[in-house]
Design a protein around this ligand. Structure first.
Ligand SMILES: [Zn+2]
Length: 601
C-alpha cells in the first residue's frame, strides 16, 4: 500500500466534496476480472450508463460491451433496480430524480499480454484502460469524477491521474478520467525530474524479470523527455508517467494519454524504444492539446472523423525523430537515414497515387486505423511534416520553422480551448510563413501528386531519386574535411579543403555548379598543400536517399545547421541515484568528437 502524506489527505476531502460521479475499482486476480461501480445522484428519471465504442488515440471501433458482465443497479438504500438495454452500449436505469443510483459490473481482464486497449488482470498485475473499464452517464461527461481503488496487499499503483487521498484519484471530467490508464500490481518503478516536471516510469513484466534494466530504461526516457519541453517552453502536465509492459501481447506499440503513455514492448536485452517513446510523449502536446475539434471533447458513441490525422500522427512522428536526435540518443547520420527510410516507404506505396493524405485519415476507421491500404498517414504525414518545415524555414529565411506553427497552435488550442478547425492548419502555416503556401500545402495534403521534394533544398538537403540523374561531386564533406571520396578522384578522406577556385573555402563554395563544370580545389593533406582539379560529374541513384546537398548555398547550409542545432536550453534532468544530466547526452558528444556526424559543426 502507498503512504500518502497528510496534505494529500486534506485534498481528498475537497476532491470528494466536489466529485459528482463516484467510481470504485477493485481488481480480482482470482476471477481474472475487475469490479467497477459508478454512483451519482440522478438528475432525471432516466440515467443511461454508457461504455465507449472506441478509445481516443486509436481510430477504430472496439467491442468494449462484450467484456462487461454481472451488471447490477441499486438505489441509495441498496434496493435492486431494473436495467433496460436500449442499445448494446447502454444500461438504462429509472429512478427518482435526486436519489442516488449505483451501477456496478465486472470487466473481463483478458486483454492480451499485460493489457493495452482493454483490461488485463493477472496474478501479480492489473492494467485498466479507462474507456474499456468505466461507463459514463449520458449528458454528464463534464462532471468531475472521484475514484476509489481497492488493491490486494502489496500492490502498487501508477497513473497520471491526480491523487486525492489514500487510494483515491480525482479527475475534472469523464474525458480526463478515462485518459489516465492505471497500472496496478507489482512492478518496477523509477522517478526522475526534468526542469520543474516530475516523471515516473512503471515497468511491468509478465514473468517479473527485466531483461533491459529498469534503470537504463529510466535514464533513456529522462533524456528523451527534454527536447519537447525546450521546444514549447513548458509542459501541459504536472507529472508524467511512462507505463511500460514487457510482454508479447496482441499489440506492440504505444498509446498516448494526456499525462502518460502505455508502451507494450518485448522483454529483450537492449530494448529499442526511443522513437516510440518520443512519439507518444510528443502527443502530450500534439493531439492531447493541439487537436482537431472532434478529438476532445469526445463523442464516444461512434467514429469521429477529421482530415487532419496526418498532422496528429505524422507530424508527431517527425518530431519523434528530431527529438531522439536532439536528446542525444542518436546522431545526425541516423536522422537522415531514418528520414530516407520513411521517404522510401512512402514511394513504395501504390495507394499514394489514388488517395490523398487527408483521405488516409478520414477513411481510416474502415481500414484498420493506420491509413488506407499501403498508404499510412503516419508515414506520409512525417514526410510532409519535413517538407512543410523546410518550406516555412525557406519562406522566412530561417526566422521561423514548423516549431513556431506548433507553438502557435498550442497557444490557441490547448485545453480548455476548442480544438482547431479543419482548415486551421493551412491558415496557421501561411501565417507563420508570412506568405501563402496554400498551393504547396494542398499538393502535399489534398492531392495525389508526388511530393515536392525540391523544397528540401531550402534546408540544404537533397533527395536522391532512383533513376534520376543528379550532379555529383567526387567527395563528401563534413564541414571543411573530406569525409569520403570516390576512388581515383584525387581526394582522400581527411583532406582539409582550403580553397575552391582560389577563393578561401566557405559553406556554399560549390553552389551554382552544374554537371560538366570544372572546379579547382586546394586541400591540405598532412603537411602538404595540393591542388586537385575535378569536373562536376553525374550519378544515377538506385535508392531514395536524403543527404546534405553538396551544391547548397551558404544560406541553405546555414538553415541546415539551424535545423540540426541541438537546443542550448534543454531543461536540466536528474534521477535520484542516477546522476544529474544537464548537458546534451554524452553519447552524442562522443559521436561528434569521433567525427561520425553529418554536417554538424
Ligand atoms: Zn501516435
Amino acid at each position: 500500500m502507498k503512504l500518502i502524506c497528510a496534505v494529500l489527505g486534506l485534498g481528498a476531502l475537497s476532491a470528494a466534496s466536489w466529485a459528482q460521479i463516484e467510481y470504485s475499482l477493485a481488481p480480482d486476480p482470482s476471477a481474472g476480472s475487475i469490479r467497477v461501480s459508478a454512483s451519482a445522484v440522478a438528475t432525471s428519471e432516466i440515467t443511461d450508463f454508457r461504455i465507449p465504442a472506441w478509445c481516443p488515440g486509436f481510430y477504430f471501433l472496439l467491442d468494449y460491451p462484450a467484456k462487461l458482465f454481472d451488471a447490477k443497479a441499486t438505489s441509495g438504500d441498496g434496493a435492486t433496480l431494473p436495467i433496460e438495454r436500449p442499445n448494446r452500449h447502454t444500461w438504462r436505469v429509472r429512478t427518482r430524480p435526486g436519489s442516488k443510483v449505483t451501477f456496478s459490473y465486472r470487466v473481463l481482464g483478458d486483454d492480451a499480454g499485460l493489457g493495452f486497449f482493454g483490461v488485463s488482470v493477472k496474478s501479480h498485475t492489473a492494467f485498466v484502460n479507462g474507456p474499456a473499464a468505466f461507463v459514463y452517464i449520458e449528458g454528464r461527461k463534464e462532471e468531475s469524477a472521484l475514484l476509489r481503488v481497492q488493491l490486494p496487499d502489496e500492490w502498487d499503483v501508477a497513473t497520471g491521474m491526480d491523487e486525492a487521498g489514500v487510494d483515491k484519484f480525482a479527475a475534472a471530467s469523464y474525458d480526463e478520467f478515462i485518459d489516465h490508464p492505471m497500472q496496478l500490481g507489482r512492478f518496477e518503478k523509477r522517478k526522475f525530474v526534468v526542469g520543474k516536471y516530475k516523471f515516473e516510469v512503471a515497468i511491468a513484466s509478465e514473468d517479473q524479470t527485466y531483461r533491459t534494466s529498469p534503470d537504463a530504461i529510466a535514464d533513456e526516457l529522462m533524456q528523451l523527455s527534454r527536447p519537447a519541453i525546450a521546444m514549447f517552453g513548458e509542459a501541459p502536465f504536472k507529472r508524467y508517467v511512462y507505463l511500460i509492459h514487457l510482454a508479447r501481447g496482441g499489440f506492440q506499440g504505444g498509446l498516448e494519454h494526456r499525462a502518460s503513455t502505455l508502451m507494450a514492448l518485448p522483454n529483450v536485452p537492449n530494448l529499442k524504444f526511443e522513437t516510440l517513446a518520443a512519439h507518444e510523449y510528443f502527443h502530450t502536446w500534439n493531439v492531447k492539446q493541439i487537436r482537431p475539434k472532434v478529438l476532445g471533447p469526445f463523442d464516444y458513441t461512434q467514429a469521429v472523423r477529421t482530415n487532419n490525422l496526418w498532422f496528429a500522427e505524422g507530424v508527431t512522428d517527425y518530431y519523434a525523430q528530431l527529438h531522439v536526435y536532439q536528446a542525444g540518443a542518436q546522431g545526425p547520420t541516423w536522422l537522415l537515414s531514418q528520414l530516407s527510410n520513411e521517404i522510401q516507404t512512402l514511394q513504395r506505396s501504390k495507394t499514394r497515387l489514388t488517395k490523398t493524405l487527408e483521405q488516409a485519415g478520414w477513411e481510416t476507421w474502415e481500414n484498420g486505423g493506420f491509413g488506407i491500404g499501403d498508404l499510412s498517414y503516419y508515414n506520409k504525414g512525417l514526410v510532409v511534416g519535413l517538407i512543410l518545415d523546410a518550406a516555412v524555414r525557406g519562406a522566412t529565411e530561417g526566422k521561423h520553422s514548423l516549431d513556431d506553427v506548433l507553438r502557435t497552435l498550442m497557444k490557441r488550442h490547448a485545453l480548455p480551448q476548442p480544438g482547431y478547425g479543419e482548415d486551421d492548419l493551412r491558415t496557421t502555416i501561411n501565417e507563420i510563413a508570412g506568405r501563402d503556401l496554400s498551393a504547396l500545402y494542398d499538393r502535399c495534403v489534398r492531392s495525389t501528386q508526388e511530393l515536392p521534394y525540391e523544397e528540401l533544398r531550402k534546408i540544404g538537403l537533397r533527395l536522391a531519386i532512383p533513376g534520376r540523374i543528379q550532379a555529383h561531386l567526387p567527395f563528401e564533406l563534413l564541414g571543411d574535411v573530406v569525409r569520403s571520396a570516390d576512388a581515383g578522384s584525387g581526394f582522400q578522406p581527411g583532406d582539409k579543403v582550403l580553397a575552391v577556385n582560389q577563393r578561401p573555402f566557405a559553406p556554399g563554395a560549390f553552389s551554382g555548379l552544374t554537371m560538366g563544370d570544372k572546379v579547382q580545389v586546394d586541400v591540405q593533406r598532412s603537411s602538404e598543400n595540393l591542388r586537385v582539379e575535378v569536373a562536376v560529374g553525374s550519378s544515377t541513384p538506385s535508392a531514395y536517399r536524403l543527404a546534405n546537398d553538396p551544391f547548397a548555398s551558404a544560406e541553405q547550409v546555414r538553415r541546415r545547421d539551424e535545423w540540426l542545432r541541438i537546443p542550448s536550453d534543454l531543461p536540466a534532468a536528474s534521477r535520484p541515484g542516477g546522476g544529474d544530466r544537464s548537458a546534451p547526452g554524452e553519447s552524442l558528444l562522443r559521436r561528434l568528437n569521433n567525427g561520425v556526424g553529418f554536417g554538424v559543426r
